[in-house]
Design a protein around this ligand. Structure first.
Ligand SMILES: NC(=O)C1=CN([C@@H]2O[C@H](COP(=O)(O)OP(=O)(O)OC[C@H]3O[C@@H](n4cnc5c(N)ncnc54)[C@H](O)[C@@H]3O)[C@@H](O)[C@H]2O)[C@@H](O)CC1
Ligand SMILES: [K+]
Length: 510
């Protein structure tokens, strides 16, 4: 359960305080956390493979952790050297420094003395770092990065802001980062990813009741884990059912100019397992849709001169037939009346691509909260900025930005990125913990729109207890990312075109 939760520096500080005030000695907690770091370092970099380890020690408890690691590695037989650029240390850190010195572990002020080390442990700053690294400290970090050695950062790469993931002046580029206790927000911020390396959480046994004294339950910021995704997917089907009971999704997308995106959206929807898929497209696209998706009901719509959807025929106009409408990919800006009509539907809707651009032009964003059913918006960063021009990504903080967007609009907002973030109007946020740059490719967003639509339609129609819409959207995004990861593993990152991606969605569950 604690694996899912993501905290801010302030929340972590308060949780730590509660543990201490309940009687846990500070030094004992440090010993537990840093002891785990030392064992992980020894399994990742066994003495049979490396001998010389340099330890970078800062003034606070992150430095204290690093000194515990220094001591343990020294006792295990590694040749350990310590670089301690600042003389003033917190008391506990100072006590550990004195003991390390008594063991004859050498201390230096200059980073250059660590140049012959095969591995560096970065314990300069952890979640207490808010100021920019300057002067001597910045020079040390830059020198360290220039060596391109293996670096293990304790808690966070020094110089990365715990909440926003922003680089404070400069930051350590780690090969591994051990997040201590609970996941911190920085691990899910795109701008920090290049610094984190491989990440893992070292669980030093935080009692859950203490966590719930500090943060509300359910936690406002969480990640989708595999265990969580498996609670929903693959959606079980009752023995006796029929297609409409398994969800009826209406896709409205496409234009003469953007025929491919329509197909990809439809393929994404089909992979969701939705019971019935209806697709409204410009009349001239109908043959190609029918040839690729014979299982779907394709509805040809009257076209504008340039081949956009001009109006919806009766079959697509009676929205009460559908559990959900997904609308937008490839529409072009000409399809304004179509999006206006969809916004009036009484069922949940998903808007993407031109659906979002038209919504931005209509200026009706603030009325989404008044719709009878849920609205899901799935912008990438460019679309997000057009939709929410007043929301600044202060310090590059995508998590807060998407949270604000959902609260302002009354819609579920999914902000695409390396770490896609999904926010609910009530302020709760879900994050997708892993993805692949292979998904940065034309059409992969269309597949996602179809998948979200298909999944939500099934849940709307079915009797599942798992009905919290924001987590269904997030689970779809998790599934999409996993398909990308799997496809990239088997076909390289270059081999994950959007059509291939749609074919891999089912493989995630095989
Ligand atoms: N989360 C937990 O419950 C635990 C935390 N521990 C460690 O404690 C760390 C937090 O320790 P602290 O709160 O002491 O914070 P840090 O060790 O991150 O450093 C903060 C200290 O550095 C100074 N400082 C911050 N930024 C600076 C800058 N740019 N230039 C110069 N000085 C700067 C601050 O004034 C403060 O004294 C965690 O990251 C973790 O490594 C563990 O020891 C035990 C368990
Ligand atoms: K660190």
């Amino acid at each position: 359960m604690l694996e899912q939760i993501i905290v801010s520096a302030e929340q972590m500080r308060q949780i730590e305080e509660q543990i201490f005030s309940a009687g846990m000695p500070v030094a004992a907690l440090m010993e537990k956390a840093a002891g785990l770091c030392a064992s992980r370092v020894q399994s990742l970099y066994p003495l049979s493979e490396i001998k010389k380890v340099g330890i970078l020690v800062g003034p606070g408890h992150n430095g204290g952790d690093a000194l515990v690691v220094a001591r343990e590695l020294h006792l295990a037989g590694y040749q350990v050297k310590i670089c301690r650029p600042l003389s003033k240390l917190k008391d506990l850190t100072n006590t550990h420094a004195n003991y390390a010195a008594s063991l004859k572990i050498p201390f230096f002020e200059e980073i250059e003395t660590l140049e012959d080390c095969e591995l560096i442990i970065d314990g300069l700053f952890g979640f207490g770092n808010e100021r920019s690294l300057e002067g001597k400290l910045a020079a040390i970090v830059n020198q360290l990065n220039s060596w391109s050695k293996s670096v293990v950062s304790i808690d966070l790469p020094s110089g990365i802001h715990t909440d926003t993931g922003k680089v404070l002046g400069t930051a350590v580029v780690a090969s591994h980062t051990f997040c201590l206790g609970l996941w911190k927000r920085a691990f899910f911020q795109d701008q920090a990813l290049a610094y984190l390396g491989k990440v893992e959480r070292l669980d030093f046994g935080i009692p859950p009741h203490i966590v719930w004294q500090v943060i509300p339950q359910p936690a406002p910021v969480q990640q989708i884990t595999k265990t969580l995704a498996q609670k929903l997917l693959p959606i079980p089907r009752p023995q006796v059912t029929h297609k409409y009971k398994q969800g009826h999704l209406l896709l409205i997308c496409g234009s003469h100019r953007y025929a491919g995106g329509t197909l990809l959206t439809a393929l994404g929807a089909r992979s969701s397992g939705v019971g019935m898929l209806s697709i409204a497209v410009p009349e001239s696209l109908k043959p190609i849709l029918v040839s690729h998706l014979p299982d779907a009901l394709t509805i040809g719509c009257p076209e504008t001169e340039s081949g956009a959807i001009a109006s919806l025929p009766d079959l697509a106009q009676d929205f009460s037939n559908y559990d959900l409408i997904a609308c937008g990919p490839g529409l072009t800006s000409e399809a304004k009346p179509i999006v206006e009509a969809v916004l009036k539907a009484e069922c949940p809707i998903v808007l993407d691509a031109d659906g979002l651009n038209i919504l931005a032009q209509l200026g009706t964003l603030s009325s989404l909260g008044k719709r009878k059913a849920t609205t899901v918006l799935t912008p990438h960063l460019g679309e997000f900025k057009r939709l929410f021009p007043d929301i600044e990504l202060t310090d590059g903080d995508r998590i807060t930005a998407v949270q604000t967007a959902a609260q302002q609009s009354g819609a579920i907002v999914l902000l695409k990125g390396a770490r896609t973030a999904i926010a609910n109007p009530n302020g709760s946020v879900w994050l997708i913990p892993e993805s692949t740059p292979a998904l940065a490719r034309g059409g992969s967003g269309d597949v996602l729109t179809g998948l979200i639509g298909g999944l939500m339609a099934q849940i709307e129609a079915g009797e599942s207890e798992f009905k919290e819409e924001v987590s269904i959207v997030a689970t779809a995004a998790w599934w999409h990312a996993q398909a990308g990861i799997l496809a990239a593993k088997q076909r390289t990152e270059l081999g994950v075109d959007a059509h291939t991606l749609s074919q891999y969605l089912i493989s995630v569950w095989q």
